[in-house]
Design a binder for this molecule. Structure first.
Ligand code: C2E
Ligand code: CA
Ligand code: CA
Length: 569
């Protein structure tokens, strides 16, 4: 230890210095308070032994001044004095001393006092280190090393107060990795963790020195872009992030293509308090997702309106089953040559007392996002199986198609439920067809494929809906056990334009692979004629029949399944 000894008596000073040297310490000596203060600044001692009674500045005064020099540090001070009274001790402690040594003292007492101080000093250092570690731990995300949500909340508060004082703007970005859940499901959590670590690295790379990135939980990150000259800069950085994310992620032996959706909320435009900035960045991020992912969106008032509407719908949808607000219409599927009704597609309807009729295009995505689709889908499945069995008795091969989303398929409960219901309702598997869109299969290819294979083994047929609108139609056909292609209605609407080539090739492809081809959305005689001429076997559309209630379908089946376009609405 480096020990500063302050005593105006030369003999005492020297004796102490000698004792200290013997004890293995380095002694530095000063003969008065002023000299002690000067030396202290230069040598930074570990301990000070300070005589109380000195000429000029006394020990108490000297201790006070030394303490002021290093307000954040603690250097133990042991006072030296002749007769020590209680009031001396009190005064000494108040002046910043830590212990007292009465003259004369033995070398052993001196050694013991120093040892005690040494112990306290080392405990203090440990405490400082632990506190520092704790504060790092409590402010960073252990998986990725970026800040955590707690620290993000602190930083955003600071940013708000500094931006309001200096009238500057800053941006909050919410970044969500698209299809992260699929990565976890398919490749497992360790790969998911690696992906998050790499994503955090790439995000940090995109930011400037005074920006911040935090992991808010799951696959959601937030960024604070400090002091922006204009809100546009936030968009530029979002573009940079999307660009950096566009190169493949190499994680051990896997190469993954991941994109991100980014929502931007700028202070003060999109909110002046923490809660509204965070909420609005989140809403904007959802907008980016719904615009097809891999893009960024600034928060706007319009987003807020849409978001509120969505919350209202979601709240009402939670009770739709219980309140029996859901029902199913059946759109006939016809043989285009004979006009014979060979089956129907089940289309879900929701009628709410306040919201009126809500389109499935609106509520199905909300049901998927909130997970309500699983309960709703089970209800649809059960209703369809009951219906299919009833119609089977009247028409042995009347087939019912139902739409299923990939979220339902990857639910572990889906297959057992399907098998159970079919057994309960005695539905022959050949009466059922599941319709899945290409995009929904692609969202979760591996798990969906496995389930589809099992469904096929049960004897249920599989149809690819909206065929031609996805990106991987052909490769899907090779891999999946599908038996039907539904040509998307956008192609049928485009008949008599250049889309004919696509229709032609889908029909040829389907026919040559031995698949059933159903044209959707036939609205005119010309379209019907065209499809028939091209050899498209089956069709569906308002020109043939709008979706009908079960009762009307029932009548049609009894009346030998012939639909005349004039008899149906
Ligand atoms: P989709 O599977 O492509 O269903 C065909 C949609 O086209 C239906 O709309 C149908 O009413 C409509 N449509 C039929 N013929 C014509 C026509 O000639 N012209 C035009 N313009 N449209 C026609 P809908 O019933 O509104 O359903 C929309 C989507 O909602 C469906 O598209 C399907 O993806 C989804 N959906 C419906 N019911 C269910 C369900 O039970 N479960 C799931 N997961 N999704 C469903
Ligand atoms: Ca469909
Ligand atoms: Ca369709």
């Amino acid at each position: 230890m480096k020990i500063l000894v302050v005593d105006d008596l030369d003999t005492f000073r020297n004796i102490i210095a000698q004792s200290l040297a013997k004890l293995g310490h380095e002694a530095i000596t000063a003969k008065n308070g002023n000299e002690a203060i000067e030396l202290f600044k230069k040598v930074h001692p570990d301990l000070i032994i300070l005589d109380v009674v000195m000429k000029g500045m006394n020990g108490f005064e000297c201790a006070k001044q030394l303490r002021i020099l290093v307000p954040d540090d603690w250097i133990p001070i042991i006072f030296l004095s002749g007769a020590v009274s209680d009031s001396d001790i009190e005064q000494g402690i108040n002046a910043g001393g830590d212990d007292y040594l009465a003259k004369p003292f033995s070398e052993i007492t001196l050694a013991a006092k120093i040892k005690a101080m040494e112990r306290i000093a080392s405990m203090r250092l440990k405490l400082i280190e632990t506190t520092r570690n704790l504060s790092v731990l409590s402010s960073t995300d252990t998986l990725t090393g970026v800040y955590n949500r707690l620290q993000f909340d602190r930083i955003i508060k600071e940013k708000i107060s500094s931006a309001s004082r200096h009238r500057t703007i800053f941006a909050v970005l919410f970044i969500d990795l698209d299809k992260f859940k699929a990565v976890n499901d398919i490749f497992g959590h360790p790969t998911g963790d690696l992906l998050l670590q790499e994503a955090a690295k790439r995000l940090t790379f995109c930011l400037r020195k005074h920006d911040f990135v935090a992991r808010m939980g799951g696959d959601e990150f937030a960024v604070i872009l400090s002091e922006l000259e204009t809100p546009d800069i936030a968009g530029n950085i979002a573009k940079k992030i999307l660009h950096v994310f566009s190169s493949p992620f190499r994680l051990e032996e896997n190469i993954l293509h991941i994109s991100a959706s980014i929502g931007i909320a700028c202070y003060p435009l999109a909110g002046t308090d923490q809660a509204s900035l965070i909420q609005n960045a989140d809403i904007a991020m959802y907008q980016a997702k719904s615009k097809g992912r891999n893009n960024y969106q600034y928060h706007t008032e319009d987003h807020n309106k849409k978001f509120k509407e969505k919350i209202v719908l979601e709240d009402a949808l939670k009770f739709a089953l219980e309140k029996k607000e859901l029902f199913i219409l059946y759109q006939p599927i016809l043989n285009l040559k004979t006009k014979k009704m060979v089956g129907a597609e089940a289309l879900l309807r929701w009628k709410n007392e306040i919201l009126g009729i809500v389109s499935p295009d609106v509520f199905i995505p909300i049901a998927e996002e909130s997970g309500l689709i699983n309960a709703i889908g089970k209800w649809v499945l059960k209703t369809i199986c009951q219906q299919a069995t009833k119609w089977h008795k009247k028409d042995s091969d009347f087939k019912l198609s139902l739409n299923v989303s990939s979220i339902q398929l990857i639910d572990n409960d889906f297959l057992p439920f399907l098998m159970n219901v079919m057994e309960e309702t005695k539905t022959p598997a050949s009466l059922l067809e599941l319709e899945l869109t290409e995009t929904s299969i692609m969202t979760n290819p591996v798990s969906v494929e496995t389930v589809l294979k099992k469904i096929h083994e049960l004897g249920i047929s599989i149809s690819i809906d909206d065929f031609g609108t996805g990106y991987s139609s052909l490769s899907l056909l090779q891999r999946l056990p599908c038996s039907t292609l539904k040509i998307d209605k956008s192609f049928i609407t485009g008949i008599a334009t250049n889309k004919n080539i696509i229709i032609n090739s889908v029909i040829t492809l389907g026919n040559s692979l031995g698949l059933r081809v159903i044209a959707e959305g036939i609205e005119t005689q010309e379209q019907l004629q065209f499809l028939r001429d091209k050899g498209c076997e089956l069709g569906q559309g308002y020109f043939l029949s709008k979706p009908l209630t079960a009762e009307i379908i029932n009548d049609l089946i009894l009346n030998k399944k012939l639909i005349s376009t004039t008899t149906v609405s």
